[in-house]
Design a protein around this ligand. Structure first.
Ligand SMILES: C[S@@+](CC[C@H](N)C(=O)[O-])C[C@H]1O[C@@H](n2cnc3c(N)ncnc32)[C@H](O)[C@@H]1O
Length: 208
């Protein structure tokens, strides 16, 4: 199914993911992402969806400037309503393609790529990483969140709907060695944190 149509139907239910998989904040990827952000930084949340990461960061770090972009107007509507209700002022949300960013080069300190790369076919994921590298400052970091299947019986049961709902690209992506994958895209993995059902990787630009 086309991503825009899928997220049109999913927008109102998307945040259930956080209730089911990430309900324990301390061991969730949301906390691991949040811990990588500092005051005064300029943050770009690529494919922000309902902006769960972006809103938490903007709310808790009032001097940070946070920008979220997404292709789905429906997901962005949910994000804007959440931001309005929580009176978040330092977050800007735009409808934009992550593969063709309308920002100048080297302007963000941190870029979040959360739960998205596995959904993209390979050429599109390549383009998104290339654009992320372009708009990231040389001393900046990309913070990637990805699903991490495996584990015991209950974990396998809870992964069942993810296996079923995710597009074809998911199965190939999830098997990748992410150290090698990101190196091929010009990034070094500087930390790798295992979280509930997921992992969070921090990447820096490789010296060229
Ligand atoms: C699984 S959601 C992830 C949402 C959020 N990052 C999170 O951590 O919960 C994936 C999002 O990527 C968006 N998306 C997919 N392709 C995109 C593209 N090329 N440019 C911008 N957003 C895109 C979808 O509209 C959807 O909102």
């Amino acid at each position: 199914m086309n991503g825009k149509i899928f997220y049109k139907f999913m927008a109102d239910f998307y945040d259930i993911i956080d209730v089911i998989y990430f309900r324990n904040y301390e061991s969730s990827p949301r906390k691991a992402v949040f811990d990588g952000i500092h005051e005064k930084e300029k943050i770009l949340d690529l494919c922000t969806g309902t902006a769960t990461n972006a809103i938490r960061i903007a709310k808790s770090k009032p001097t940070a400037r946070v920008v979220g972009i997404d292709l789905s107007e429906d997901m962005l509507e949910v994000a804007k309503e959440k931001a309005r209700k929580q009176k978040v002022r330092n977050l800007k949300l735009y409808c934009m393609d992550a593969a063709s960013l309308e920002f100048k080069s080297k302007c963000f300190d941190k870029i979040l790529i959360s739960l998205i790369l596995h959904e993209l076919d390979e050429p599109l994921a390549d383009k998104v990483l290339e654009e992320a590298g372009r708009v990231l400052k040389d001393d900046g970091e990309i913070i990637v969140t990805e699903w991490e299947p495996g584990g015991g019986f209950w974990r396998k049961i809870l992964f069942f709907p993810i296996h079923k709902l995710e597009p074809e690209s998911y199965r190939a992506f999830i098997k990748k060695d992410l150290y090698t994958y990101f190196k091929q895209h010009g990034f070094q993995v500087v930390s790798y944190t295992h979280c509930d059902y997921s992992r969070v990787l921090r990447l820096r630009k490789l010296e060229r």
